[in-house]
Design a protein. Structure first.
Length: 317
């Protein structure tokens, strides 16, 4: 395994040999799982995308995850992937880190995406557990180790068994986190006990929730932050929630989290990112385009989300 990594820090300068502690400090707080805006015909709307990135920078979002699940990574070409990540890096301009969703169920494709992301200027890659293939835990170790060996891009693991079927166990994560180029995990089971299990195994690194509903409790238990869908809609509030958690101001944090709970839940009334794209379209932030096999949210599905947005004053009643 390689003992050095090249990362691009906030000032866009290259540094070699950064240890995991320094790299982990870049990825804390509210990290948005950013949507990829599209026009009605499915073409990527780069003007709206640039506006969203700027909005997040101005709203205090701590890092941006581009072309992840919420960014419809499954239906973007490699050329679109590179352009979206490059655009995100260019607009962020060193004001917040950019993570690229580099995962694939094809190990060689994941390596290729990681190399593209590094070339585009991303500070890390978010690599999901391979979907459909149903690998064993040994297969997961081999998959992620092979990716981490093949690229200098720091890697954040992503465990989301609701989408991938395979559940990466804490012991597997602990084994993988021994690799110097694997720096953290997005744990999206919604089970806060997973964080405690990881800590009991001595796992150190960037420990991020992938579940907005339980993210506040995840941070109370010692997590570093959340890769958030909700942050697409209320970036300032999610940044505030994570800042309160970092300061151990739990009464205020929990009060704000209670205010956001209806939105957290409503953003998953149907498959992500259908609800969040509907919400942002209602707010005038993006057009309503989305790529097949996903389709726009229908009015019946959208009603709980409409109510949640109205309660927060984000759309008119």
């Amino acid at each position: 395994w390689k003992r050095q990594a090249v990362v691009i820090c906030r000032d866009h300068q290259y540094y070699t040999g950064l240890n995991n502690t320094h790299r982990n400090d870049m990825f804390k707080g509210s990290l948005v799982a950013l949507v990829t805006p599209m026009q009605i015909d499915g073409r990527i709307d780069y003007d709206r995308f640039r506006d969203l990135v700027e909005w997040h920078v101005q709203s205090g979002t701590d890092a941006i995850v581009a072309v992840g699940t919420t960014g419809e990574s499954a239906t973007l070409s490699d050329e679109e992937f590179e352009e979206v990540v490059t655009t995100c890096v260019d607009v962020a301009a060193g004001r917040c880190p950019v993570i690229a969703g580099t995962g694939s169920n094809n190990t060689q494709h994941a390596i290729a995406l990681s190399k593209i992301a590094l070339r585009a200027g991303a500070q890390a890659g978010l690599s999901v557990v391979p979907y459909y293939n149903k690998p064993t835990q040994a297969g997961l170790i081999a998959h992620f180790s092979t990716i981490a060996d093949a690229t200098e891009l720091p890697l954040i693991l992503y465990n989301v068994p609701a989408r991938t079927v395979t559940d990466m166990q804490p012991e597997t994560v602990a084994r993988l986190m021994e690799h110097p180029n694997i720096i953290g995990i997005k744990e999206a089971t919604g089970d806060v006990g997973r964080l405690l299990a990881l800590k009991s195994l001595g796992v150190e690194g960037c420990l991020l929730s992938g579940d907005d509903v339980t993210a506040c409790e995840f941070m109370r238990q010692g997590g570093d932050g959340v890769i958030s869908v909700t942050a697409n809609v209320v970036p300032d509030k999610m940044a505030r929630l994570c800042a309160l958690a970092a300061e151990s101001k739990w009464e205020e944090a929990e009060q704000l989290n209670e205010e956001l709970l209806p939105l957290h839940r409503a953003l998953f009334v149907s498959s992500n990112p259908m609800p969040v794209k509907w919400a942002l379209a209602q707010m005038g932030k993006i057009d309503s385009g989305i790529r097949l096999p996903l389709v726009p949210l229908n009015d019946t599905e959208a009603e709980p989300l409409r109510v949640a947005l109205q309660q927060l004053g984000l759309i008119d009643a």
